[in-house]
Design a protein around this ligand. Structure first.
Ligand SMILES: N[C@@H](CCC(=O)N[C@@H](CS)C(=O)NCC(=O)O)C(=O)O
Length: 250
């Protein structure tokens, strides 16, 4: 066990941070969470935990960056319950590959869609603050919301074209996840590392009113059960209707 409580650096509503928090809870590891203001991780992260994205972690002086790196470290710190199948099981490589896809590909999908929505409805960002203890009162953040939305969209390359392409590709991603659940790779009683990586993304997508109907009722939607309810909502009707037409019938 760690000598000091791990310190998790997070952003409100960050889905990879939620994945790490679910792993900490599963392994009964007590920790402190430091909530950063959106975009401030670019400046604060390198000083505190050695990276410019969240999640980051300090663990007995060790600096960790990235949800998968943190998950591996937590597994070594508290092996039970395991987040990965045993090393002699062929399922281990499959779970690691699904986790990698969840991190490197699927994780960016809600980022770009939600950024496109925030550009159209910046005040919706405030609904995602939840119980985060931010260094500024929410009222003081209100005037900065439109510029924050633009900065986030720029950083995440969330152009309208990209968000629209993400929506069009979403049914295919959900088919892949549903197939992994049918195979038993995902969706077990206790989550594995891929369940947490992919399920946290599903949970965030479910907060986007225009996207929710594409996921609701599918096996993939069940992966959100590994997490507490997600604060935040982008009301239906914020995304252009013609973007959703490309997903119709799926
Ligand atoms: N895939 C990495 C990256 C995480 C990531 O990009 N986090 C976002 C918040 S959800 C972030 O810090 N974005 C700020 C930036 O890219 O500068 C992980 O899972 O740790």
């Amino acid at each position: 066990m760690a000598r000091t409580r791990p310190r998790l650096y997070a952003l409100p509503a960050s889905h990879p941070c939620a994945a790490v928090e679910a792993a900490l809870a599963l392994k009964s590891i007590d920790y402190d969470r430091v909530d950063l203001l959106p975009m401030s991780q670019v400046l604060i992260g390198p000083l505190r935990y050695g990276g410019a994205t969240v999640p980051g972690m300090r663990l007995d002086g060790e600096r960790l960056v990235g949800s998968r790196a943190i998950m591996r470290r937590l597994e070594a710190l508290a092996p039970e319950p395991p987040l990965l199948p045993p090393s002699d099981s062929p399922a281990r490589a499959q779970v690691l590959e699904a986790e990698r896809w969840g991190d490197e590909s699927f994780q960016s999908v809600p980022r770009r869609i939600i950024d496109a929505a925030f550009l159209r409805r910046p005040e919706a960002m405030l609904s995602y603050v939840g119980d985060a203890k931010l260094p500024l009162p929410v009222g003081m953040m209100r005037p900065a919301l439109p510029v924050t939305a633009r900065l986030m969209a720029f950083k995440n390359k969330a152009t309208d074209e990209a968000a629209r392409a993400d929506l069009a590709a979403l049914p295919g991603h959900l088919d892949r996840i549903d197939a992994w659940i049918a195979e038993g790779l995902l969706g077990g009683e206790l989550p594995n590392a891929a369940d947490l990586q992919i399920g946290s993304t599903i949970r965030l997508l479910l907060t986007i009113g225009d996207v929710r109907p594409l996921i609701a009722g599918r096996p993939a939607a069940e992966l959100a059960r590994y997490f507490p309810p997600q604060p935040g909502e982008v009301p239906a009707g914020v995304l252009p209707a013609e973007w959703l037409a490309s997903t119709a019938g799926s």
